[in-house]
Each structure stands twice: as structure tokens, then as C-alpha cells.
Design a protein around this ligand. Sequence first.
Ligand SMILES: Nc1ccn([C@@H]2O[C@H](COP(=O)(O)OP(=O)(O)OP(=O)(O)O)[C@@H](O)[C@H]2O)c(=O)n1
Length: 462
Amino acid sequence: MQPVDKYLKLPRHLLPPAPDAYLVGGAVRDLALGRQPADYDVAVPGDAQRFARFLADRAGGGRVVELGREAFALYRVVSATGVWIDITPLQQNDLETDLHTRDFTINALACRLDSGEIIDPLAGMKDLQRRMVRMVSAANLQNDPVRLLRAHRLAAVLDFQIAPATDRAIHRYAHLIRNAAGERIWTELQSMLDCPTAADRVRAMADDGLLTALLPELTPLRDCGPDRHHAYDALTHTLKAFKALEELLFKPAQQLPPAAADFVAGLAPPARHALQLAMLLHDIGKPDSRAKGPDGAYHYHGHAASGAQLADSVLRRLRAPNRIRNAACFLIRHHQRPLHLFLNYSTRAEGRFFRVCGAQTPSILLHAIADTMGKKPPPTPAQDPLQAFLSDRLTHYVTEIQHRRREPPLLTGRDLIDHFGLKPSARFAQLLDAVEEARLAGQLRDKPSALRWMKALLNNQH
Ligand SMILES: Nc1ccn([C@@H]2O[C@H](COP(=O)(O)OP(=O)(O)OP(=O)(O)O)[C@@H](O)[C@H]2O)c(=O)n1
């Protein structure tokens, strides 16, 4: 933390001589911590629109955009340099009242724009020093239940702890999270998933009950208990696997061979989010009948297809973007394929695996590696042939298969008609998939060999 006690050094674009205008909330918190604020919120008594115009003029011709009205008035000043400053009227025209309506003490800070003086009625600066997320009041959490999740998100982003009384309040009011709008939940969840410490927060959410309140579909996993095949209940396994995935995603060089590590380091956030959500939800769904224990009770994992279906409705409820939802559901549906490939390996089966999983192959393999690491005792690649197999497949995919996939197919439907006199039918797709699988498996490299191979296949089928 920077040596701020009573005064904060404000950025230049916030320095008009404006008595009674305050920088408030997260920007004050971030500046005090020496972090770059994502945005700036300014609260003023009285006419927020007039102040916004005044600030825009001072900023050398910035634009003012009206985003809210009346009780929720909000004017966004977009400066010529692209900085956003949101102007709102102070709650009840009073700074102290305004700060007391906020979520956490570290966000209930204000800084006078004219002097840089910090106003801190709830000892938020002390909590910044202690690295604590502390509620302003339990009533404020009840009034806006998305704050329950914000507590964990802020703790993840800032690497803070949640104060014990706040944690107890989260436990008490966890059920209220169901009343929060999906869009707001997604915003918080997404920013939590971007943190390399999200797994510890997700575990803390499991402990204080917020996780199952948010995702009741995880409750059967917690309640099934360990069985003779699994040392953990399925929720504990999920949390351990989620943590293992985080290590793979955020410290790939320590976990994977170089080529695979480079690939993982370059994964775009939506691909990472899909993988993280798939891991969290991979064992939900109708219990898999193959997982029935000797006592007749269902244990452990959900059936992958029904899990994918259920995950689809969970992710719709959370308003995850379509692209992330579809990718996560695909991963859940196919997450057991790497294990099946390991148990029934053939070159042909591997070609099929690469064809079916397509561009999601690396994610499915990463999922499988983390899933295995979430079991007890967590194996290392050196000890465990499955781990070594998965890691080898990942390297093979990123160094070879992904390039091979971009090449045009060796045969088309036209070839089946011209060379073999076949009539177009549903069988075409199967035949062309078979050629593609053989090509991905490295068995076919050019068109003449593909034609010979097809001829043999057709002869065999007759
Ligand atoms: N549910 C909420 C959301 C926001 N706030 C208040 O509004 C401020 C701005 O909110 P937002 O921009 O969403 O979050 P930040 O705290 O600024 O955090 P970040 O910049 O990391 O998004 C917060 O600091 C907090 O004072 C609140 O009390 N309750």
C-alpha cells in the first residue's frame, strides 16, 4: 500500500477545483493500493448533469453520456483520452449517508477532488492495510445480495481475506443470491475466474454455503459422501480438480511440457472461462448408473450427457455468453473421452478423438489432466501412466494435429461419386469422417493414398 494517510494524489484529469465533489468507491480503494482503477466514480451533491458538463469542459471537450435517470441518475464523461468518469448524485445529498449505503468498508471511501483529502467514516483504510473485506452492515448485504458474491470476488482480485463476521453474514444470507440478476452474477463470476486465486475463493464459497446457493446443482455431489472407489465426496473432488486446473492455466510452465505450456499461456479468456466452468460443473446431472455402489446408493459422478444438458440450463441462468456456455457444455459432454482413449487405445481411436473433439481437444485434455489430479492421492506425470499419456496427447495436438486440422480434407463427396460411383447418401458423412480420422491419425498423407485406402474400405464393407 502507498503511504497515503489523509490525502490521495489524484490523477490530473480529476483535478478541477470542485468543492463538494468526491471520488468514491473502488477507484479510491485502488489508488490507495497503488493499483490502476478500472473506472472512476465521482459523486456530487445536487445537479450531477451540470457537474458532468463542467468536468467534460475541463477535460478539453469530453463527451457526456446519460446512462441513468432520476434516483439512478448517472452521467458518463468520456474524456478525449478515453478515460471514463461516472458522475452520480450523492445518496440523499449527503456524503456520509452515501458511504453508509455501500457494500464494504474498503469501498466506502471518498476523496475530495479539490484537496485529495480522504473521507473514511467506516475505517476502510485500516481494512485496506489489514487486507480485509468487511461489510458495511449485514442489512446492506441483504439489500443487494449480489454483494455476497462481490465479497469473494473482491477477496480474489485483491488477494484479501473476508472478515469473520462478514463471512458469517454471507453464510446466513447465502440463499438470497437466488434473487440477484443473472447478468450481475456473471459480471462478478467472470472477474473472479480471471484471478489466479479463484480456486481458494470457490472453496471458501463452498464452506460458507454461497457456492451451493448459487449452484444448487452441486448439492448432490456434496451429499453423496466418499465411497470405496473415491476417497472424497464428489464436491471435494470437483474443488480439488478446479484448483489443479487453475495451476495448469496460470502456471503452465511448471506443469506441462514446453509446447503445451506455450499453448495454454496463449488461451483466450473465453476458452479459459469455459474450461473453468466445465470443471466446476462436470459431475452434475443424473447419477451415472455405472457409478452405483455395492450398497445400491449412487456415488460420484453424473452422467456426462445429462450433466451437459443440466450445465446448459445453469449457464443460461447465470447469463454466461453463448460461446462460453456452448464450449463448457461440449467439454462436459466429452470429458470422459480421454480416459476411454487411454483404456482402449488404437491409432484409429485417437484419430476419432481428434476429429470429434476438434479445436476443443486441448481443453478436453487439460480438463482430464486436472480431473485426474483432483483424485486421491494426486498422481504426478512421472508416477502415473494416464497423466503421462494425456500430457503427450496435448503436446502432440499442439505441435502436429492443430496444423493438420487446418489442411483441406483429402477426399470430398465428389471423389466418392467420381472414383467409386457412389450415390450421395447419409453414408457419405461416415466415409468422409473415416478418411479424416485416418488423416488426423497420420495414416494418410495425400490423395492417392486416401483413394487406395477408401477402395480397400469399400471392398471390405461389401
Ligand atoms: N453491489 C454493489 C456494487 C457497487 N457498490 C459500490 O459502487 C462502487 C463501484 O462499483 P463497481 O464499479 O461495480 O466496483 P468497484 O468496487 O469499482 O470494483 P472494480 O473496479 O474492481 O469493478 C463500489 O466500490 C461500491 O462502493 C456497492 O456498494 N454495491
